[in-house]
Design a protein around this ligand. Sequence first.
Ligand SMILES: *[C@@H]1O[C@H](CO)[C@@H](O)[C@H](O)[C@H]1NC(C)=O
Length: 229
Amino acid sequence: MASDKYPSVYVVDSHADWPHPPPKLRQRQCRMGVAQTLLFMLVSVALCGMIIEACLIYHLYQLDTAPSASFSKHTGGEDDTSPTKKPSYEIPPSKPVAHLTDGQDVIHEEKIMAWSMNADPLLYEMDYKDRKLIIQKEGYYYVYSKVFFTDNGVFHHSVNMHTEKYAGGRITLLQSRKYSLKSSKIRSNSYLGGVFHLYKNDAVYVEVSNTTKIDRHKSFENIFGAYMI
Ligand SMILES: *[C@@H]1O[C@H](CO)[C@@H](O)[C@H](O)[C@H]1NC(C)=O
């Protein structure tokens, strides 16, 4: 056998210790490991930063595009704004003002229209109670209302008032009446507006001949408001 003639092949090998790397090489490998770890950490930090930045940009974009007067956006979720929360005005109105719209929280009476407290109502120095605007400060007010309705048969639209000065019944401030064919499928709008001297605790409200005829698609299509002049 070859191993008998040459007792040990390793003896003649001058590089007997080659499988073990020299201490210098080992040191370099170790240093490269540290560098790799450091590089990995730096890349990770950079990636994390980019992800956080992307999240912030997305959040800002959401804030920017969120406000809209769409019916479903404002009234779809009940979680976004509590109806009892009073809005704070950066620049408060100089005089009493109210602008009310339709919304999904609105439940009309058979004839008296209700108004949304979820769809960002403008309500300053006036109260909204039981489908009526309650005057707090005496003065002259421009009162207006617009409704969108199915125009078949008879339709009345009026702005009425209850006042402590005249006990008993309502006072009609404004009215429009429309008579059409029962078979017609037309939709129409009715707008009313005028100036009235109103007293504290006067209650102003919108009445129609039948609230089932009111077309309800967008919050801004049915409105009711008043402001002191
Ligand atoms: C309003 O319209 C609905 C549906 O057409 C009808 O059932 C109801 O009697 C009407 N109410 C009045 C006060 O006319």
